[in-house]
Design a protein around this ligand. Sequence first.
Ligand SMILES: NC(=O)C1=CN([C@@H]2O[C@H](COP(=O)(O)OP(=O)(O)OC[C@H]3O[C@@H](n4cnc5c(N)ncnc54)[C@H](OP(=O)(O)O)[C@@H]3O)[C@@H](O)[C@H]2O)C=CC1
Ligand SMILES: O=C(O)[C@@H]1CCC=N1
Length: 282
Amino acid sequence: MIESPCSRVLVVGAGTMGEALIAGWLRPQPPAPALLDARQVAAVNARPARSDELTARYGIACTCDVAQAPSADVVVLAVKPQKMAEVVRQANGRGPFAPDARRLYVSIAAGVSTAALERLLPEGSPVVRAMPNMPLRIGAGATALCAGAHAGEADLRCASRLFSCFGLVEKVSEQLMDAVCAVSGSGPAYVAAFVEALRDAGQACGLERGLSERLALQTVLGTARMLAEGNQSPAELRRSICSPGGTTLAALDAMSASGFDSVLARGVAAACSRSKELGAPS
Ligand SMILES: NC(=O)C1=CN([C@@H]2O[C@H](COP(=O)(O)OP(=O)(O)OC[C@H]3O[C@@H](n4cnc5c(N)ncnc54)[C@H](OP(=O)(O)O)[C@@H]3O)[C@@H](O)[C@H]2O)C=CC1
Ligand SMILES: O=C(O)[C@@H]1CCC=N1
């Protein structure tokens, strides 16, 4: 079990990501036990039906009334960025937002800065901003963390423990968080879109759709594993596949002429700008 002071965690907004976090903390990780047990985790949601669903699935306490939420040492803010201010203001200084105790606030919301959160939360609250990604659902996530003005090393360590069970954790300076969001936060969707496009391109060349998707998916999986587990850089691996005058060079030349790299760069830049917009004061 996680050591004090990260012993009771409340997730405010247990949607797709909030639930993925809860499921991961409660899942035993052989040979290690689960990080937390069900008595140490609670959630606040908007809809009673969602709260009932989470209680039935994980045995955790759930409520739609933030003032009734069990007390917690760590409050994970997992609502949409556009909802963050409204949710905290509506609580009106009650429950996890009462100025009666020191709590660590960990926000996973895209764009919302630690300074903006500090203005919403009880004065002097320690805040850690995190940007995880969807593959944390299978323990293959990537999370970046940065600390707010009142968060110390122990707070960062606590947040780091909460995300380490899901894969890679990197500490970065806050000015990089929008770029992190654009690369690894949104990145799983780009990779899924790449698999779809490779499948469709294979189909256009005559492959049956299901076969094309299986081949495309295994190609992404195998390549990612080789890069992660081996000692070749992406450029070295790419060069090792390109026979002079062969098929791969023909493909990469055609892709480059069509702006493959710049298309990706424009997409990542758009995500980075959107993250900054989401964090802009409303
Ligand atoms: N999806 C992703 O891959 C990633 C998302 N993020 C960030 O995670 C956050 C959540 O995203 P995601 O899980 O996809 O979104 P979801 O819409 O799935 O989850 C948002 C949750 O907020 C809850 N909520 C809404 N209003 C309130 C309220 N007043 N009080 C309490 N809870 C409320 C909703 O409850 P109900 O279900 O009852 O309506 C819902 O469960 C966002 O800030 C996003 O930027 C970060 C990294 C990756
Ligand atoms: O699309 C979004 O805004 C969120 C943040 C990163 C992934 N999903």
